[in-house]
Design a protein around this ligand. Structure first.
Ligand code: ADP
Ligand code: MG
Length: 714
């Protein structure tokens, strides 16, 4: 065998629009390569495959089918014509073959068998295809059936020219994830070549496999690429077959190993222990106007315990909107300060950072704590002053936005980093802040999130973090009532807002999200403000959006906080963290455009005081299926965990977490909904291997992650 890896055909076969048909003419096209359209043929096949991440034999072996096609039987055209919408394989002789020009240039081929006929329609085609499907030729075609004007038809079916009685596939045909200009035939061949060359060593011993009840990896991979005819097709297609389970298990194991190893590395770096719960912490607790909830006590104990250690805390504090995370963060900061260290709190928006500053400073400054405030919008002079306080160590508590992670910011003795609404930050931003401790040390880190991460997800993607959960709201809250209302009834909604404002309640009115255009979004907010101000005589209506200058923004927010305005028209800048307990009515326009967690966050701006709160979700019909489900979920549930679970179900983990956090496509095969039991097993085995079997750990990670592990280490 040649030393250089994949043994591949030199150029891509010709018909890119219908990649599968190269099964039919792949051999012929290699000879007729001078007739090929020049577009893709200049790029070497191996380069195209490399672009899909396929370089080494193992890459090919683990490039598993995304689905299977059933080419084991032929449907009669009569039956096929009754089955619109489904996929079928038919075979017949060409009775007509034309290029038609109306409504646009297309190749239309009619084939028939004893029972009827079917039209094959190609909107993009090559001259060679017209010749290939000449009248009298026998064609086997596979595709989705539609009812066209002239009866049953298939648009862009995969097809091949066959002789009468040509054998059918005896097993399911794998279909691989692919990219532009990479036909299935090329993938199949390259994978078969790789499998032919490979010598496998299972990373798991026979004893371990027996205990887990899983088959060997080589056997599993071969089955998935070439399913035997007698395989249970259902379990193969549904990814439940033991061969799939083995692959999924391996993938989950790699993820667990990688995350846990990253955690071990981090721990080895060391942090300054912050053991003392001293004067400041105690005075602060005594001065609180309320007592902590049981859940707050519990998570505080967990955090205090971590801060005593001489390796860095990595804790994710989850709690539904309004569960009272801020106070817990402030208490953690107090402990750092008690021990003579600085604490930094970073928030994703200026409004939120400002609010934290206002609140936490009001709690801590009277107790003698020096604070500093740093955001991007400060004037140069103010920034310099803040930086001086931070680098001299005079500022014990520093609160701000992304500005905190800039190179110019130097801490004297950073002991604790708190990141609020951590899902709004990328991994690297969090780490930048974490790198600001003294040489060789890592600060303790507390990440806070109101987007509760369902348990399975936390166990997989956040296997390297400790998780604390505030699972209880402060007493005296009444659940928010949510109504879903047609946009047509806006006038009624305005009347309701009017009545509420007159009763002394405060109202948020959230303008629609217009992702394509910030300008348009701004315009809408401004228009809405004018409209509401006119419709609500005697009521003060404020307007806040992202383009306001910080001072203006602050003015508007202050007016609302102090009830000088009763209605606040806002863009999503108020989404996270804003806390005005007297607000009890929330109107969200075009709610169908928002994601579930965003709606939940927005709604969480009300229901923070004792008054019963209402959230009105205005929508513009007709609603798509997912939008309908989102709104129904919002109406039915106030529970952030339940909503997060639903959100995960609707969007999948990649989008749910944001690519930057999820380690992008880390899990290609495992499904967190259905494979929970595998997750648990993988987790246990990962612990065992890390303790006892470093050789296997290394081999397994190399196989499954290769160079991708770097990503996770950040
Ligand atoms: P979130 O978890 O969404 O960040 P906050 O920390 O903003 O929530 O808290 C929401 C509100 O609840 C604040 O007004 C806060 O002062 C109040 N709060 C927090 N803890 C308690 C408690 N134990 N008892 C009463 N009110 C509390
Ligand atoms: Mg908060």
């Amino acid at each position: 065998m040649a030393a250089e890896a994949p043994n591949l055909p030199a150029a891509a076969p010709e018909i890119t629009e219908t990649p599968d048909d190269v099964k039919a003419n792949g051999r012929a096209s290699a000879k007729k390569s001078n007739k090929k359209p020049a577009v893709n043929s200049t790029v070497k096949a191996s380069d195209k495959l490399a672009k899909l991440g396929l370089r080494k034999d193992m890459d090919f072996a683990l490039h598993l089918p995304m689905r299977y096609e059933d080419e084991t039987s032929i449907t009669s055209m009569h039956d096929a014509s009754l089955r619109g919408g489904s996929t079928a394989q038919v075979e017949g002789v060409v009775t007509e073959s034309d290029v038609q020009y109306r409504p646009r240039r297309q190749l239309v081929v009619t084939i028939s068998d004893d029972s009827g006929q079917i039209v094959l329609r190609f909107l993009n085609f090559y001259g060679s295809q017209l010749k290939q499907m000449a009248v009298g030729v026998r064609v086997r075609a596979r595709g989705e059936l539609k009812h066209g004007f002239f009866g049953a038809e298939m648009v862009h079916p995969t097809y091949k020219i066959v002789n009468e009685g040509a054998p059918l596939a005896t097993a399911l045909t794998p279909v691989y994830p692919s990219g532009e200009g990479v036909p299935q035939s090329l993938l199949r061949k390259a994978i078969a070549n790789a499998l032919g060359r490979m010598h496998w060593r299972d990373t798991l011993s026979p004893a371990r496999l027996a205990a887990l009840g899983l088959p060997g990896i080589e056997e599993s991979v071969r089955i998935l690429h070439n399913p035997p005819p007698d395989i249970d097709q259902y379990s193969l297609i549904e990814h439940e077959h033991p061969a799939w389970q083995r692959v999924k298990f391996d993938e989950l194991l790699a993820q667990q190993l990688s995350l846990k190893r990253a955690q071990i590395t981090r721990r080895s770096k060391g942090a300054n222990a912050l053991p003392m719960v001293g004067e400041l912490s105690n005075a602060f607790l005594l001065n609180l106007p309320f007592s902590l909830t049981g859940a707050q006590e519990k998570v505080l104990a967990e955090i205090r315990h971590d801060l005593r250690a001489s390796y860095p805390m990595q804790r994710l504090l989850q709690g539904d909107v309004g569960s009272g995370k801020t106070i817990v963060a402030a208490l953690a900061a107090a402990q750092a300060i008690d021990n003579g260290y600085q604490a930094a709190l970073m928030a994703p928006t200026e409004i939120l950072a400002e609010q934290h500053f206002r609140k936490i400073a009001a709690w801590l400054e009277p107790l003698g704590v020096k604070t500093a405030w740093l955001t991007g919008s400060l004037k140069k002079k103010e920034k310099d002053a803040a930086n001086a306080l931070i680098s001299s160590g005079e500022a014990q508590l520093v609160i701000g936005t992304h500005a905190l992670i800039q190179d110019t910011v130097q801490f004297k003795k950073l002991g604790l980093v708190i990141v609020d609404e951590q899902h709004r930050f990328g991994v690297s931003q969090r780490l930048n802040l974490a790198n600001k401790a003294e040489q060789g040390k890592v600060p303790h880190q507390l990440m806070m999130s109101a987007t509760p991460i369902p348990r399975t997800l936390a166990m997989t993607y956040f296997a390297d973090l400790e998780v604390s959960v505030i699972d209880e709201l402060p007493p005296g809250r009444t659940p928010i009532v949510t109504r879903v209302i047609d946009q047509n009834r806006r006038d009624e909604v305005i009347a309701r807002v009017h009545a509420a404002a007159q009763e002394g309640k405060q109202v948020y009115w959230v303008c629609p999200l217009i992702e394509e255009s910030e300008t348009l979004q701004l315009q809408t907010a401004t228009d809405t403000h004018i409209m509401l101000a006119a419709a609500l005589p005697g009521i003060q209506v404020g307007l806040v959006h992202g383009r306001l200058k910080p001072a203006e923004k602050q003015q508007v927010m202050n007016d609302f906080i102090h009830n000088r305005s009763q209605v606040l028209v806002a863009t999503t800048v108020i989404e996270v963290g804003v806390d005005v307990p007297n607000a009890s009515l929330m109107v969200i326009e075009h709610a169908e455009r928002f994601g579930l967690s965003q709606l939940h966050q927005l709604r969480g701006r009300v229901g923070r005081g004792a008054a019963a709160s209402v959230c009105l979700l205005l929508y513009q019909g007709p609603l798509g299926g997912t939008a309908k489900q989102r709104l129904a979920t919002m109406r039915e549930s106030n529970d952030g965990f339940e909503i997060a679970r639903k959100d995960l179900e609707l969007r999948g983990p990649g989008e749910f977490l944001g690519a930057r956090q999820s380690g992008e496509a880390m899990l290609r095969f495992a499904n967190l909904e259905t494979d929970q039991w595998l997750v648990e097993k993988a987790r246990n085995l990962a612990d065992d291997l890390l303790k006892n079997d470093p050789v296997t750990v290394a081999a397994h990670l190399e196989r499954w992650l290769g160079n991708r592990e770097e990503f996770l280490r950040v």
